[in-house]
Design a protein. Structure first.
Length: 80
């Protein structure tokens, strides 16, 4: 991810509550819960009963985002 200049952590200045709230509008949100494809390894998707999209608890996402916050680091948009 970093090799192609994409952000690999959540910028410290972002609000986790706002990130979680915005997920409700993501095309991968089904029945009010974020649904994501998870990798076992590069090119190997995690699957249950033939389904690759897995519901993710918003609180689990919040904790994961918090762990991956970049304290004091501002991440610029690589597309600018």
């Amino acid at each position: 991810i970093e090799a192609v200049n994409l952000p690999s952590c959540v910028p410290a200045e972002m609000d986790l509550d706002k990130i979680i709230a915005k997920l409700a509008y993501d095309k991968h949100t089904l029945s009010g819960k974020p649904t994501m494809g998870l990798l076992r390894s590069l090119g190997d998707m995690y699957e249950i009963n033939g389904t690759y999209g897995q519901e993710i608890d918003p609180e689990l996402l919040r904790r994961a985002f918090k762990i991956n916050m970049a304290p004091g680091q501002t991440i610029t948009n690589p597309l600018k």
